[in-house]
Design a binder for this molecule. Structure first.
Ligand SMILES: N[C@@H](CCC(=O)N[C@@H](CS)C(=O)NCC(=O)O)C(=O)O
Length: 257
């Protein structure tokens, strides 16, 4: 199984968590979003949407983190990421979709690029934009989680579900945007509980940062886009590879997006 990955991609972070929760061995191929690797012909040929992540587990390749995670949940049905009851499943999917459909897309690199290119937004204004949408979305979610009797140690009950898989990357993204989460005690508590679980911890960008540090060295010795074996780590055997391509870019976005 091959995960087309980038350590700072929130959407890929979700899939890494799910793979770890399911204890599935995989190979990670890192596409350097900071170098716009997802917009190069070799990636677009594979995924015309030009977005990370993608998962290869036979043909066809799978796109969209939500679809990939539900595929994994169906294929490896031990430790289900969805509750048994229909109402519970709808609640969990609702939280997940709020995070991945209503918050995350507004903060992506392509939106930042458009703000920059079409409206000459400064880097500071782009950060303000991102902060506004993440803050608003998480504040709403905090209210939903705080009042619900279904909220437990995790977003739904006392075992991790799809909702937590969506929540943790968004909280990490909020942290990189320096959003103060003190006013969101329920989210902070659930996030802390998730980080007690190795599957979440091992998927964190700090534990998967294959590309930025090694890219310059690799560039001098590798052909463009030649995959380089970096190291293996993770809960299960995760092999991390990197595609390197020296590219000029206008500005590097260092937030978790
Ligand atoms: N809905 C997609 C979103 C994927 C997505 O936006 N990925 C980001 C990284 S987190 C990306 O590839 N961004 C590149 C860009 O915006 O050009 C999913 O959940 O898989």
């Amino acid at each position: 199984m091959i995960l087309h990955d980038y350590h700072r991609s929130s959407a890929a972070f979700r899939v890494r968590i799910a793979l770890n929760l399911k204890n599935v061995a995989y190979t990670a191929l890192a596409w350097d979003l900071d170098q716009h690797a997802q917009r190069t012909a070799s990636y677009l040929e594979f995924n015309p949407q030009g977005l990370i992540p993608a998962l290869e587990d036979g043909a066809p390749p799978l796109f969209q983190s939500g679809a990939i995670i539900e595929y994994l949940d169906e294929k490896y049905n031990a430790a289900s990421l969805l509750p048994d009851d229909a109402l519970g499943r709808a609640r969990v999917r609702g939280i997940f979709q709020q995070l991945i459909c209503d918050i995350h897309p507004l903060t992506t690199r392509r939106v930042a690029k458009y703000l920059d290119e079409q409206f000459a937004a400064t880097a500071h204004e782009v950060i303000q934009w991102r902060r506004a949408w993440v803050l608003e979305g998480l504040q709403v979610l905090e209210k939903l989680l705080a009042v619900s009797p279904h909220t437990g140690r995790f977003c739904h009950g006392d075992t991790p579900t799809l909702a937590d898989v969506g929540l943790v990357p968004q909280v990490v993204s909020a942290q990189t945007l320096q959003i103060d989460l003190k006013a969101m005690p329920t989210i902070s508590r659930i996030h802390a509980n998730c980080m007690q679980v190795a599957a979440f911890r091992h998927a964190h960008p700090d534990n998967c940062s294959s590309s930025p540090h090694l890219a310059p060295q690799a560039e001098s010795t590798q052909q463009p886009w030649e995959p380089q074996l970096l190291h293996s780590h993770g809960l299960s055997q995760v092999t991390r590879l990197i595609h390197i391509r020296p590219l000029q870019h206008r500005h590097v976005i260092r937030q978790q997006l």
